[in-house]
Design a protein around this ligand. Sequence first.
Ligand code: AP5
Length: 223
Amino acid sequence: MVYEERMRIILFGPPGVGKGTQANLLAEKFHIPQISTGDILREAVHKRTPLGLKAKSYMDQGALVPDQVIIEIIRETLASEKCADGFILDGFPRTVGQAEALDAILRDLHIKLDVVIDLAADENEIVRRLSNRLTCRQCGAVYNLATNTLPQDNKCPKCGGELYQRDDDKPEVVRNRLRVYHETTAPVRTYYAQQGILRSVDGMGTIADVQQRILNSLPGNRG
Ligand code: AP5
């Protein structure tokens, strides 16, 4: 299979559908950075930076952090050297305002998005994935109690860091995150469908199955 160089990809979809998991695999495959606004915010919360202090109350409730805050993070990140050869956006944009701001940033940088992958899965499966998710406090690796065999000592198999359940994976917060997704984030799909770069991908099945579907839907796939 032949893929275009300098891929610029958005992974889009509801909480828990597998965006982070798939973004990580694509990042390894194409040697481009995974830019996860959720990871950036969680690190800021953990380090108690001004950004983290501002973001925490929104995240704890499963609400969106204000656009202005997120857009500034993305502006700085995309302009940095590490994104020069492409990137995968995971969890951004989540509002039409963020999508419009991203277009303006990309225009300024004279670059174009290649594709927006819209992952979908049943809501029951999403709740199951989130309630079984464990995240490493140190390296951010993500596991699932339903599919991974994890050591008894609750340490990350990759780095030995502590595995924990995210506060926003509690059932009542998950419900709010799904509501926010349907009300505020889902309309972003129409925005990219109108630009002709949205590709819908079934997020059900194994991680490997989903990865293959994503690879098949990337532009430049002539296989
Ligand atoms: P964020 O961290 O982005 O959360 P999210 O979008 O809700 O997505 P998740 O990280 O929960 O899930 P995912 O789709 O990445 O799934 P994963 O691969 O982990 O955001 C958190 C918060 O930050 C937001 O609520 C908001 O407050 C704030 N925020 C972030 N970005 C923002 C923005 N742009 N604007 C405003 N606010 C923002 O998979 C889930 C589990 O399923 C894992 O255990 C995984 O191992 C497992 N799994 C994955 N794929 C499969 C599969 N195929 N089969 C079985 N299990 C699977």
